[in-house]
Design a protein around this ligand. Structure first.
Ligand code: SF4
Length: 413
């Protein structure tokens, strides 16, 4: 049997896509390094110019050790053609060709098949953390057109996985002992629009499956937190943490980014959810073109008003073929760095205040251990470290008291 190695670049969605290919591998042996492989399949990322060059560098390295290379993933659309024409890769396959990987690997003539952007994989793929937490991909693609983002043009419009298939998959996993489920996708909140259902209704149905204890939701857009979704906020099966991507807190910047959210409504939404005891995280881009000192001062003032507990900040990085890449007034890298630092300081303070104010017992699912210490997440998305003589991996534990230790909560039981 010929040996295949899969190299994955980029986000969690790409990791799922690699699993789809691996699940469809029949006549090849899967190996764990490029050195052991006859063929290397690259599941590429194209989110920034830097991501493209990492993929090219990797291909150059493979060409030097004479490996047969197939290029898949988002980069197949953005730079697949030029790499194919330069003879750097043997074959190029698009997102819709992933499930045909077994026959594509058998081809002995070069091929360029980037398929279409309407396809949704027939297999629901899950990824597991330890023995008890599973990620389920519920949709693909995005209908938004944020000016800095290439995703809609390489992953296509939003389309949902069938609800029945998702429920079937959750049922199988919960029968096998999984009790926490994380719903994920390119734009999770758009789930259901094309199949006449909603994310809230999917969550309710999942919660009814025996064995399901906690449901987490990937990143939502502010406008996707609908009235129906808000009705779930009091339910014990929903984690007490939501990640709602605002990307910026100055309206002028949000307009330039072609975002659909605005600061005032974001503040209202976050305040409402926070008043129900939720921890709130967000994505934030610093240093996008036109982020002047004036805009930044306004943004940071606004951000201080928001009840945020977690932030995933990105320093803007140019991506060709996006409107933002054409914009003048790019921001100096050192200025962006200083702004990221300021932003982190604001959110870290808020995070500690939030942790100090927790009064109720915490419910933690322990996922791993290292040197006699056990690690897991509580319902607020806090990482918790527990010292115990007992093996706690896979168990739910309740903590009545804890200490704050840097970014972690710590307890001894
Ligand atoms: S919501 Fe905006 S940033 Fe997110 S994938 Fe869609 S276009 Fe990109």
């Amino acid at each position: 049997m010929r040996k295949v190695f899969f190299k994955t670049f980029g986000c969690r969605t790409n990791q799922f896509d690699t699993q789809v290919m691996i699940a469809n591998l029949k006549d090849f042996e899967l190996v764990q390094s490029e050195e052991l492989a006859d063929i290397v399949v690259i599941n590429s990322c194209t989110v920034t110019n830097g991501a493209d060059s990492s993929v090219r560098n990797y291909i150059n390295r493979l060409n030097k050790i004479d490996k047969k290379v197939l290029l898949a993933g988002c980069g197949a659309l953005s730079q697949g053609k030029s790499l194919f024409e330069k003879d750097k890769v043997f074959g190029v396959l698009g997102h819709s060709n992933k499930e045909e990987i077994n026959s594509l690997l058998k081809k002995d003539v070069e091929f360029f098949e980037v398929g279409n952007l309407e396809h949704i994989d027939s297999s629901v793929v899950s990824e597991f953390v330890g023995k008890s937490r599973a990620f389920i991909k519920i949709q693909e693609g995005c209908d938004f057109e944020c000016s800095y983002c290439i995703i809609p043009s390489v992953r296509g419009k939003a389309r949902s996985q069938s609800k029945d298939r998702i429920l079937e998959q959750v049922k199988i996993l919960s029968d096998n002992g999984f009790s926490e489920f994380i719903l994920t996708g390119t734009n999770v909140g758009s789930f259901g629009k094309d199949i006449n259902t909603t994310l809230a209704s999917l969550i309710k149905d999942i919660s009814k499956i025996r064995g399901v204890k906690r449901i987490r939701v990937g990143s939502l857009e502010p406008i996707q937190v609908t009235r129906e979704f808000k009705e779930l906020l009091g339910e014990s099966f929903l984690e007490k943490h939501l990640h709602i991507a605002i990307q910026h807190s100055s309206n002028e910047m949000l307009k330039i980014m072609n975002r659909r959210n605005r600061f005032e409504s974001d503040l209202e939404l976050f305040s409402e959810i926070s008043s129900k005891g939720f921890a709130l995280g967000t994505d934030y881009i610093v240093g996008h073109p036109f982020e002047s000192d004036e805009i930044w001062q306004e943004a940071i003032l606004n951000l201080k008003k928001m009840p945020l507990t977690h932030i995933h900040q990105f320093t803007y990085s140019k991506r060709d073929s996006t409107p933002s890449a054409q914009m003048k007034n790019q921001v100096d890298g050192n200025i962006a760095k200083a702004r990221v630092k300021e932003l982190n300081e604001v959110i870290n303070r808020k995070n500690i205040e939030f942790k100090r104010a927790i009064k109720n017992p915490l419910n933690i699912l322990i996922e791993s251990n290292k040197d006699g210490l056990f690690f897991g997440l509580d319902e607020y998305f806090n990482r918790v470290k527990v010292k115990s003589d007992r093996d706690l991996v896979g168990e739910w534990i309740k903590l009545n008291s804890f200490e704050i230790e840097g970014n972690l909560l710590y307890a001894k039981i």
